[in-house]
Ligand binder design. Structure first.
Ligand SMILES: Nc1ncnc2c1ncn2[C@@H]1O[C@H](COP(=O)(O)OP(=O)(O)OP(=O)(O)O)[C@@H](O)[C@H]1O
Length: 316
C-alpha cells in the first residue's frame, strides 16, 4: 500500500478519512491496526477490497500479488475478492444470509471462484468447518441456530475458503465474550500461520492485537503514527498517542490495573477540521512549540520501527 489517501464525499461535504498511508506485508506477516474510533481503520480495510461508496475518492496504490486493486477491472476485482483477499467483519449475523444453511454459505465463494459443483463445494465446506472447530452436523444449521462465536467461525471458514493471500479481520472478535474471543483469536492466529496467509487485524483493543500479531500499527486522524514490533510497541511505544493508547489497557498479569486509569484527555479531531502541524498536538502531553506548525511523517526509530513524532529520539 503506497500513499493511500481516501476522502468521503457526501451531504456533509468532504471527509479526508485516510491521509497518506504506506505499508507492506509479506506472506505470513501479521499486522494489528489500532486507533480510536473514527481514525480510519475500517476505511483502510474497505479500500483494500474496493468496498467503499462509489463516490469516495481514493488515490495511491494497493498492490495485491502485483496488481493494483484501485485500478483493476471489475472482472479482476471479483476474482481478487475471496481468492486474493477476504474480510471477516464484526457482526457475522448481519454478514450471513439468514435463510441459507451454513455449509451452503461457505460453499458459495468456492462455487463462484473455483467452479466446483455445489456438492463438491459443500464437501469442502464441511472440511473447512472442521478446521475452524465446527462439527459436521452443523452443516445443515441456519445462522440463527449458532452462537456468536460459532457464527464468527463460519465467517472465518468463508474467509479461508478460496485460499486468499490476505485476510482482514475487522473487529472480528469484539462482540464475543472474553473466553470465546480468546479461542477465536487463537484459531485465526493458527490458521494464518499454517497457511502462510498475511493478516491485517483491526481492533480498538491493543492488547488483543499485541497477543495476535507480530507487528502493531497505530493510526491517528487518518495517518499512521507508529508501526513496529507489537510487544515492544505495546510495552514502550515511541509516539505519545500510541503510548497513551497502550497505557489504557491492562498489562498481562495485571488485569485489574490500568496503567492510565484516566485515559487520554480530549477527543479525536474532526477529520474535516484537523489541527495544523501534528494532528495530535492539542492533546499531546509532551507537545512543544514547533508541533503546531510542523507536519511530521513517520521517522525511522529503529530498522523495524517507525514513529511520527518530532521528539521520537527523545521519547525513545
Ligand atoms: N460513508 C461515509 N461517509 C462519510 N464519512 C465517513 C463514511 N464512513 C466513515 N466516515 C468517516 O471517516 C472517518 C473514518 O471512519 P472509519 O470507520 O474508517 O474509522 P474507524 O477507525 O474504523 O472507526 P471505528 O473503530 O469506530 O469503526 C470517520 O470520521 C467517519 O465518520
Amino acid at each position: 500500500m503506497d500513499d493511500l489517501r481516501i476522502t468521503y464525499r457526501g451531504s456533509r461535504g468532504e471527509v479526508p478519512a485516510v491521509r497518506g498511508i504506506s505499508m507492506s506485508l509479506e506472506p505470513g506477516d501479521t499486522l494489528g491496526l489500532a486507533g480510536e474510533s473514527g481514525c480510519g481503520k475500517s476505511t483502510v480495510a474497505g479500500a483494500i477490497l474496493r468496498l467503499l461508496p462509489r463516490e469516495t475518492q481514493v488515490t495511491g496504490r494497493i498492490v495485491l500479488d502485483g496488481d493494483d486493486v484501485l485500478t483493476m477491472s471489475f472482472g479482476k476485482l471479483r476474482a481478487v475478492r475471496w481468492a486474493g483477499a477476504s474480510i471477516v467483519f464484526q457482526g457475522a449475523m448481519h454478514s450471513l444470509n439468514p435463510v441459507h444453511r451454513i455449509a451452503r454459505q461457505i460453499a458459495e465463494p468456492i462455487v463462484l471462484h473455483e467452479g466446483l459443483s455445489s456438492d463438491a463445494a459443500e464437501k469442502r465446506a464441511v472440511e473447512l468447518m472442521a478446521q475452524v472447530g465446527l462439527p459436521a452436523w452443523r452443516a445443515s444449521s441456519y445462522p440463527h441456530q449458532l452462537s456468536g462465536g460459532q457464527r464468527q467461525r463460519v465467517m472465518i471458514a468463508m474467509a479461508l475458503a478460496c485460499s486468499p493471500q490476505l485476510i482482514i479481520a475487522d473487529e472480528a472478535t469484539t462482540a464475543l465474550d472474553v473466553m470465546i474471543q480468546a479461542q477465536v483469536l487463537a484459531l485465526i492466529k493458527r490458521l494464518v500461520a499454517e497457511r502462510n496467509i498475511a493478516l491485517v487485524m483491526i481492533s480498538h483493543d491493543l492488547s488483543v492485537l499485541a497477543d495476535t500479531c507480530d507487528r502493531l500499527a497505530v493510526m491517528y486522524a487518518g495517518k499512521l503514527v507508529e508501526d513496529g514490533p507489537s510487544h515492544e510497541v505495546f510495552a514502550a511505544a515511541r509516539h505519545p498517542y500510541a503510548q497513551a493508547l497502550s497505557a489504557a489497557f491492562p498489562t498481562v498479569g495485571d488485569p485489574a490495573e490500568r496503567r492510565n486509569p484516566h485515559g487520554l484527555a480530549g477527543d479525536p479531531p474532526d477529520p474535516s477540521n484537523l489541527p495544523t502541524g501534528c494532528s495530535f498536538h492539542p492533546r499531546c502531553p509532551v507537545v512543544r512549540d514547533d508541533c503546531a506548525s510542523t507536519s511530521v511523517e513517520l521517522r525511522r526509530a529503529r530498522d523495524d520501527w517507525r514513529a511520527a513524532c518530532l521528539r521520537v529520539e527523545e521519547v525513545a
